[in-house]
Design a protein around this ligand. Sequence first.
Ligand code: NAD
Ligand code: ZN
Length: 354
Amino acid sequence: MNTITVNASRAYEVRIGSGLMDTAGKEVSSLFSAEKCVIVTDDNVDKLYAEAVKKSIADEGIEVFKYVFPHGESSKCAATYVDLINFLAESDLSRSDVIVALGGGVTGDLAGFAAATYLRGINLVQIPTTLLAMVDSSVGGKTAIDLPRGKNLCGAFYQPHLVLCDTDALKTLPADIFLDGCAEVIKYGCLGNAELLEHLEKQRLDFDVDYVISTCVSMKRDVVNGDEFDRGMRQLLNLGHTAGHVIEKLSNFGVSHGRAVAMGMAIISESAQNAGMCTKDTSDRIVELIKSFGFTLNHGYTKEEFLPRFVSDKKRTGSSITAVIPVSFGKSKLFKMTIEDFKQFILTGVETWK
Ligand SMILES: NC(=O)c1ccc[n+]([C@@H]2O[C@H](COP(=O)([O-])OP(=O)(O)OC[C@H]3O[C@@H](n4cnc5c(N)ncnc54)[C@H](O)[C@@H]3O)[C@@H](O)[C@H]2O)c1
Ligand SMILES: [Zn+2]
């Protein structure tokens, strides 16, 4: 088991390894003097893991309640959120009690936002069960729900008190959901870790999960420690996401987030090469790696469809945009540019990967 300590506005530990769900009870009872616990989970994860986690916590003499919602992004909404905080209130949870978010990023974001706001903040343990949630969403304290106007528009920065990444959970993850998480893993390598990229080049989908998750979490820890509230370096984590978000929206979310990010990374690498910001070798190597995982990289949209959508990107500040651009194999940098310059810059990538 690996333990990584995050030193954000709250210090907490992220544990990575096999069999960690069974330790949830001991961990909870050693951290909090909780009398009650609510496990928040979706209907898929409920069937697979909720009983084991519930038993482990109940064995410590803590009363355990369970809130189960239908799986999928559409549950990350105001209606489920209100229903959930009402459930917390009806279960009579106090501030010294604890919420356990057991599931993927949808569960983590929803339960995290409920934990941030119920009684103005209650103890939160994240037990991520998807690769994406382990390497990305469970660490760093971003919590949110979606609004009809867009994703993640209502949320809070609220760090968890503990994160348990039980790698055994990945065994039941459907292949396409695992692949989505792989896009984020490749992203970490491209933004700052050539060694990770070399491991992925050698192992492809058969990578060492403990090493890879620990490496990604350490990188996220470093970024979050330096920029918890997303004003600077944390934007590095958006590599491939600016174009990726456009593809998600153009496809009406028919293209999954991970696949869209993979396409976005191919686009930005191509544009970087054309602008002389990285070599052709770097760009080719990144694209080869992404392809070797089985991602399709052609998005199918014209520049006329693509370019106007950059205006509505959430990460935009005024008339400028911070682009995350690969400069070598395993290193990316932030470049602030005007929207017009960015459109010019991204054009070649968008056209190459049409
Ligand atoms: N907070 C952040 O920093 C952050 C970062 C990235 C993404 N996100 C958010 O994360 C969400 C996406 O997360 P996700 O991809 O984990 O989606 P998800 O939570 O919907 O999980 C994907 C699917 O996998 C199923 N599942 C989960 N674990 C399983 C397991 N071990 N075995 C079998 N099935 C399992 C779920 O029931 C679901 O159907 C989005 O809402 C996104 O906005 C947040
Ligand atoms: Zn992402």
